[in-house]
Design a protein around this ligand. Structure first.
Ligand code: BEZ
Length: 223
């Protein structure tokens, strides 16, 4: 099992854009890999079209997107027409990101994406709705695992990428329901005597019944 902070496992795969080596395909970008139970399914269709409409936001953050579904490339190609139509694309527009073929479930198995409770018509386990975020050093930074019946919120995935990219650069953590621009928390590891130097914009210590000064807020650092 791959753990957060590990190098994300590399693999080769057939995709709607030809064969790829996952690490080569990532290049110097961040990446999100999101899996789907199967082609021509309603929730998946809404998710893949949502990714099309959010592509400018992913690009702004230097993030490449790639889907995976346990069907063949030829099935994916036919399905892409429905996804584009649902996203409001023109018929002759190229599908803007690759979808991995995983009809024998080898990649899903390797990456721990299978859901034993979700079976296809042949009784084979389908892939769950996994989301893996990989950074520009190929490190595995986040995973989300949803059951087939619950579509993902891709705005949340963008929000998480904002938090990961910000907290890589500044000694802060992002609180509940944080959005880019909101106040952040000073990391507990930052000692009191470093605050002035590290946070010239100032901090606010929130008083708490314990009397411990650990809840320290600071305006969102500019990165
Ligand atoms: C869907 O994408 O709609 C779906 C796929 C598999 C099981 C349930 C829903």
């Amino acid at each position: 099992m791959v753990l957060l902070g590990d190098v994300f496992p590399n693999f080769t795969a057939n995709t709607t854009e030809g064969e790829i080596d996952f690490h080569d395909w990532l290049g110097e970008s961040w990446g999100i890999l999101f899996s789907h139970p199967s082609d021509f399914t309603p929730v998946c269709t809404t998710e893949l079209s949502k990714v099309i409409t959010l592509l400018p936001e992913f690009k702004k953050r230097n993030v490449k997107t790639i889907g995976l579904s346990c069907d063949s490339v030829s099935s994916h190609m036919a399905w892409c027409k429905d996804i584009k139509s649902y996203a409001g694309c023109l018929e002759d527009e190229k599908f803007p990101y690759p979808i991995i073929e995983d009809k024998d479930r080898n990649i899903a198995m390797k990456l721990g994406m299978l859901d034993k409770d979700e079976l296809d018509t042949a009784g084979m386990p389908l892939t769950a709705r996994a989301v893996f975020i990989v950074d520009s050093n190929k490190k595995f930074r986040l995973s989300l695992l949803y059951p087939a019946t619950t579509g993902r919120n891709f705005d949340e995935i963008l929000r998480v990428i904002d938090s990961l990219q910000l907290t890589d650069k500044a000694k802060v953590a992002t609180p509940a329901n944080w959005k880019m621009g909101d106040d952040c928390m000073v990391l507990p590891t930052v000692p009191e005597d470093q605050i002035g130097k590290m946070f010239p914009q100032g901090i606010t210590v929130v008083p708490l019944p314990s009397g411990k000064n650990y809840l320290r807020k600071t305006p969102c650092p500019k990165i």
